[in-house]
Design a protein around this ligand. Sequence first.
Ligand code: ADP
Ligand code: MG
Length: 310
Amino acid sequence: MAMVECQGLRKVYRDLVAVNDLSLSIGEGEIFGFIGPNGAGKTTTIKMLVTLLRPDAGTALVDGKCVIREQEEVRKVIGYMPDFFGVYDDIKVWEYLDFFATAYRIERHRRPQIIDDVLALTDLTIKKEAFVEELSRGMKQRLCLAKTLVHDPKVLFLDEPASGLDPRARVEIRELLKELRNLGKTIFISSHILSELADFVTQVGIIEQGRLVVSGSVDDITAQLQPFKRVTVRVAGDTAPVVEVLQQVPGVRNIESEPNEVRFEFEGEDGGFAGILPALVSRGCQVTGFGEQEASLEEIFMRVTRGAVA
Ligand SMILES: Nc1ncnc2c1ncn2[C@@H]1O[C@H](COP(=O)(O)OP(=O)(O)O)[C@@H](O)[C@H]1O
Ligand SMILES: [Mg+2]
């Protein structure tokens, strides 16, 4: 069963369609990267999924519960980290967490342990007695994440958790998200910077002007948008025989050669691809390396979004 599922979600602000017919499905344990430029509709979508904004059309289920008719049920299973950290004066880190634990109706005797656990997870144990306003921005962000974990939610919705952080704090957030993934949480995370998410998401959705332009597993999207392979062959000695062999292979194109290296593109069946290396070797080419160069998610993103953003 999908952990987050929406069909035809729509939200209109006066005459602006902020989210337009958005459908997606995220399985349990997936890390879904929701990527799009500022103003694309990410926050609006997330607010509908976390029951803070009522969709104008469409449906959404979180853990099988409807965000419109079963708001209370949905809230029990989600953790939501907004893009804006509110101001809390004169409150200590542990009090802040205790406040949210109370709001989630966690029994008093269980709260101290839970607070210690989420502080340890977010690496804030030494700040337990500090005042919230004394924390660095990165620490505040981690505290905000700690807050979303007190009721042990199944699904986390994190709206641009790394924005405005310095590089070190970004890395820390990333490490923390990896830990949460290992705990089996489903994570829905937005960003306007793809590279922030590219190395650990399992699914991606790219949103532009309220529309989901691409979504799916990272591998599927790569395959869908780049139906050909880019291959590099390294050789000891002369590259001319390699080029000669490649020119005869159906599906090979754009051959470029440099000393000790030949690059080409291949479009066709895996069976045909599998025959290339043996053909080179049987013709006496001294192959020292043969490998497919993977298109980065970044490259794909640029290709997909060129249209609407420009
Ligand atoms: N409360 C609001 N009233 C009117 N327009 C809004 C409101 N919130 C967001 N918008 C507009 O809706 C669009 C999507 O905004 P948002 O969901 O915040 O995008 P993102 O999070 O991707 O930056 C933007 O054009 C924004 O200006
Ligand atoms: Mg936003």
